[in-house]
Design a protein around this ligand. Structure first.
Ligand code: VGL
Length: 205
């Protein structure tokens, strides 16, 4: 597949807390770094996201006296509770991948009472991050996703990218999953149903 000037590479949450040793370490999360770096020269346009939570964020188990991975009902729906991670200003929240060429770094999950796996729409499904408008205004047609984690922030972002009208691809070898209770398979099923395509970085020229 040939990359064109109207394609954007969207790198999701490549942050220290999601790498081995981090607060919510994704198994083999560090193995995405090399294949993503190999794509830097191939894409003209790179955009990144950064999870950016205030202390005592609503998605933190510690905010509810619960254990990580418990699930609770919130006004906007069901929420899995996570270890404290990507706290604003912490080293865990720092990007593990410095991309000089990145044209935009969009932060998400900064509202204390709403989580945001997606780079486009927060968990209330009504608050927009502005990313769809940004991509449209700049004339991008296709979005290629890489990052962490396949079954949460990557999948939610891919689904919303497709819903916003972008042709959407997930570069599988540039992602790793949390895979909690079958979440990886469920995420792929949802993505395929929505027309999201799975590709390998080797497919890109
Ligand atoms: C993520 C769980 C909680 C992710 C972020 O980046 O996929 N997953 N926060």
């Amino acid at each position: 597949m040939k990359i064109s000037a109207t394609d954007a590479l969207l790198i999701i949450d490549a942050q220290n807390d999601f790498l081995p040793g981090g607060a919510l370490a994704v198994i083999q999360g560090d193995q995405i770094i090399a294949p993503i770096k190999a794509l830097f020269d191939r894409f003209d346009h790179i955009i990144m996201t950064q999870d950016w939570h205030p202390q005592s964020h609503i998605s933190f188990a510690s905010s509810h006296n619960q254990q990580p991975f418990a699930q609770i009902e919130l006004p906007y729906g069901s929420q899995i509770l996570w270890p404290d991670q990507c706290v604003i200003g912490s080293s865990g929240a720092e990007l593990a991948l410095i991309v000089d060429k990145a044209e935009l770094i969009i932060r998400k999950g900064f509202h204390a009472h709403t989580d945001s796996y997606s780079a486009f729409l927060e968990a209330d499904r009504t608050t927009h991050t502005g990313l769809a408008g940004y991509l449209k205004e700049r004339g991008f047609k296709r979005v290629f996703l890489a990052g962490l984690a396949t079954d949460f922030c990557v999948a939610f972002s891919a689904l919303d990218a497709a819903a916003a009208g972008f042709e959407t691809f997930v570069i599988e070898d540039c992602c790793r999953a949390i895979d909690h209770n079958g979440s990886l398979e469920a995420a792929w099923n949802k993505m395929f149903s929505a027309g999201v395509q799975k590709i390998a970085s080797n497919d890109l020229r």
